[in-house]
Ligand binder design. Structure first.
Ligand code: C2E
Ligand code: MG
Ligand code: MG
Ligand code: MG
Length: 292
């Protein structure tokens, strides 16, 4: 059986690779048009402060998560199109659009909650990130304190000095920096000490294993202690159950994010929380006609 499978895979291998390469090329062409065509949008997932004695989970902000609705393939997850955008360099343009869109939307909320935006390594290395962020803040009028930029350690490993200089300049603009997916990569303590992080997001993998795996509980406890020792706040991602929430709150975790609190949705879903302006019908058109 193994032999048959091997023989099968040999005859199938090359056309399959060709197909995949062709597929990627088409998808790449589609992606380059996706922003213009309005196929990219942002979903928002709430972050809540760990519940107090009254058991309320007060929402303090949202993470913006990109979505691509492909005209024929349907929904393409960010785990597929973000790496594609990175390889092709499209991420610089796409990332800028995402940042502008998130800031524009957040600036329109009546409640001045935080908005977190993910930065990819290529954005970090290839664009004039600091001036892009600065320009977008000026354009949208968003208070820099409300913007949080999420970076992963991968970004910093490439070039320590450049990473440090970038993060310092971003911090000087008044934005917050958070380390995303902490514990999933190389997670060097050197980075925590050297870089000006405001927040550490404990990777979902550890939260997922709380209750099954005593090591995960020990790690989560230790990261919370470490963060607090460094004056950094701790967010746990991927909180799916009440038990996980209880453990995290009990351990002093500052904020939580996950399906238990709320799933990523278009912002209209959270209209009341953010204080979305009422959608008004468009009389300006009629006014213009009268003016003409
Ligand atoms: P991330 O930044 O770690 O985002 C969290 C991911 O975990 C999101 O997946 C979210 O939907 C998912 N998640 C949140 N809570 C739960 C939970 O309780 N259970 C489970 N099973 N999953 C949960 P999503 O939206 O598919 O994004 C995946 C990754 O794609 C993100 O991971 C981020 O690295 C990247 N990404 C998403 N949007 C952007 C973007 O605008 N720019 C860049 N550069 N990367 C993005
Ligand atoms: Mg993130
Ligand atoms: Mg994350
Ligand atoms: Mg993650």
């Amino acid at each position: 059986r193994a032999k048959a499978r091997m023989r099968g895979s040999v005859s199938v291998y090359e056309p399959e690779m060709d197909r995949q390469i062709r597929d990627r090329r088409v998808l790449h062409q589609d992606l380059s048009k996706a922003v213009k065509n309005g196929e990219i949008s942002l979903f928002y997932q709430p972050q809540a402060r760990g519940s107090g004695p009254n058991g309320n989970n007060e929402v303090v902000g949202f993470e913006a998560l990109a979505r691509w609705r492909h005209p024929t393939r349907g929904y393409v997850p960010p785990s597929d199109f973000i790496p594609l955008a990175e390889e092709s360099g499209l991420i610089v343009e796409l990332g800028e659009w995402i940042l502008r869109e998130a800031c524009r939307q957040a600036a329109s909320w009546a409640n001045p909650l935080q908005v977190a935006v993910n930065l990819s390594p290529a954005q970090f290395l290839n664009s004039d990130l600091v001036s892009v962020v600065h320009t977008i803040l000026l354009e949208t009028g968003l208070n820099p304190r409300r913007l949080e930029l999420e970076v992963t350690e991968g970004v910093l490993i490439e070039d320590f000095d450049r990473g440090l200089s970038l993060l310092r300049r971003l911090t000087a603009l008044g934005v917050r920096i958070s380390m995303d997916d902490f514990g999933s990569g190389y997670s060097s303590l050197t980075y925590l000490q050297a870089f000006p992080f405001d927040k550490i997001k404990i990777d979902r993998a550890f939260v997922m294993n709380l209750g099954h795996n005593p090591q995960s509980a020990a790690i989560v406890r230790a990261v919370i202690g470490l963060g607090h020792g460094l004056g950094v706040s701790i967010v746990a991602e991927g909180v799916e159950t009440q038990q996980q929430l209880h453990f995290l709150v009990q351990e002093g975790c500052d904020a939580v994010q996950g399906y238990y609190i709320g799933k990523p949705h278009p912002i209209e879903h959270y209209a009341e929380l953010v204080g979305l302006p009422e959608i008004v019908q468009s009389p300006p058109l009629a006014d213009e006609r009268i003016a003409e």
